[in-house]
Design a protein around this ligand. Structure first.
Ligand SMILES: Cc1cc2nc3c(=O)[nH]c(=O)nc-3n(C[C@H](O)[C@H](O)[C@H](O)COP(=O)(O)OP(=O)(O)OC[C@H]3O[C@@H](n4cnc5c(N)ncnc54)[C@H](O)[C@@H]3O)c2cc1C
Length: 397
């Protein structure tokens, strides 16, 4: 497979690298240290990044966006994440839902949802699937049991739908302006058969933001509850067909998910390798830089190896997705699992090399990378994702 980049891909990569080095990295640790989780976001970095196209990068060109291909998306996310993983994710979260709009919305909906998003540098998108008692069950629904999975209820009243229930851990919930809410429109069938998606603006009557979660990692990234109390959503905002909900997670939207997390992990691994090399060269024990110790060299070698292997895997899946060669589903799932293993090992080794001051003390840069890397267990590398990977291998072709 040819991984050489064309001029446009290279230009986006260089632009993202410059932005990460000059704008993101200088504020990364400082934002991480803000105690109140509602105050960690920095709107100035969102505005600057938006002006450069990082918020709207995945909106197709014909609808006014930049229409980046998957290879370029992966390159840009990795570069931004090298500066700060959570800031990169705040931008790419908008790409995720841009893909859903492109894949599943009607042209009237596209016009209505994309116009304000494209015009407003502070317009962030999000999507609500998870609920207090429905996390993994939405991703790997247990066969045939209608009780499993999301419960946010939607009932039709004329031209409106009335939504009741709550979502939790929702990214951008307290800062975003438009959300895609996954609702149950038929409680007597499985979650796969009875789910409908609605586009819900944040100022919808009956919708409010609940608790903002205080996370150990990805502190810049906002996660909150969305509470629906007789929330009234127009029928015109139903996306992808009645009971078409989980099917809405197909097409580019679904291909992007695995790639997004894994490309972000590449950037974090790069940052950890760079940090470890720098520390190894400058920190002395026994009168010489610790990089001269064989044990440190072996650890650095393991870090490089994992970072490069992950980069190759990401580029391969991105290129396959662009070629519409439909990568075997197992590849995408295994990519997520491998990204989790790689980022956590690489960040752990970096923390180890930093010793007590840089690694075990709160708010040190190496400690932040470990806390950020833990997020992958919950979003990408838990047992359900691993089971999905194995099942897609067992049951494909
Ligand atoms: C930073 C972050 C951002 C997020 N953003 C969003 C968002 O924007 N929108 C959204 O909808 N959600 C979001 N989530 C939620 C995320 O999708 C859920 O955390 C995830 O689906 C797992 O659900 P849970 O945390 O409720 O764990 P649970 O489902 O309660 O699982 C707990 C443990 O049990 C295991 N387990 C559960 N069921 C099975 C099974 N059948 N077989 C084997 N093991 C099982 C899991 O692997 C896990 O180890 C976010 C989470 C995080 C951490």
């Amino acid at each position: 497979m040819d991984f050489s980049l064309n001029e446009e891909q290279r230009a986006w990569q260089v632009k993202a690298r410059k932005f990460a080095e000059e704008e993101i990295r200088p504020i990364s640790l400082q934002r991480d240290q803000v105690a109140d989780p509602r105050q960690t976001i920095d709107w100035e970095i969102i505005r600057k990044g938006s002006k450069l196209g990082f918020r709207t990068a995945a909106v197709p060109r014909e609808w006014g966006g930049h229409g980046l291909d998957f290879v370029t998306q992966a390159l840009v996310i990795a570069e931004l994440a090298r500066g700060d993983s959570a800031i990169a994710k705040t931008f790419s979260q908008c790409w995720k839902w841009s893909h859903l709009i492109a894949d599943r919305c009607t042209s009237e909906q596209r016009e209505r949802f994309l116009k304000p998003f494209l015009e407003d540098d502070m317009f962030l998108l999000g999507g609500g699937i998870t609920e207090p008692n429905a996390g993994s069950d939405n991703r790997l629904p247990p066969g045939g049991d209608p009780r499993a999975g999301l419960r946010l209820r939607a009932e039709r009243h004329g031209d409106e739908w009335i939504l009741n229930g709550e979502k939790c851990f929702i990214a951008n919930a307290n800062v975003g302006k438009l959300f895609f809410a996954y609702t149950r429109t038929n409680a007597n069938v499985t979650v796969g058969e009875g789910t409908t998606v609605f586009a819900v603006p944040i100022d919808t009557p009956g919708l409010r933001v609940g608790k903002v979660f205080d996370k150990s990692g990805w502190r810049f990234y906002q996660n909150a509850e969305l509470i629906f109390e007789d929330a009234r959503v127009p029928h015109a905002n139903l996306v992808g067909g009645l009971n078409g909900g989980l099917k809405a997670r197909t097409g580019k939207h679904s291909k992007f998910g695995e790639l997004e997390y894994s490309a972000n992990a590449v950037g974090v691994c790069d940052a950890a390798v760079e940090m470890a090399m720098q520390h190894g060269r400058t920190h002395k024990q026994g009168g010489k830089p610790i990089i001269e110790q064989q044990v440190i060299q072996l650890k650095l070698s393991a870090m490089h190896m994992l970072a490069e292997a992950l980069r190759s895997f990401v580029m391969r899946v991105a290129a396959e997705s662009d070629a519409k060669a439909a990568p075997r589903p197992a590849h995408n799932h295994f990519l997520m699992n491998f990204a989790t293993d790689a980022i956590q090992r690489v960040c752990y080794l970096n923390m180890d090399i930093h010793g007590c001051t840089g690694g075990a003390m709160m708010n040190a840069a190496a400690d932040k990378l470990v806390r950020d890397a833990i997020i992958w267990t919950h979003i990408a590398g838990d047992s359900v994702q691993r089971m999905k990977a194995v099942r897609s291998l067992l049951f494909s072709d």
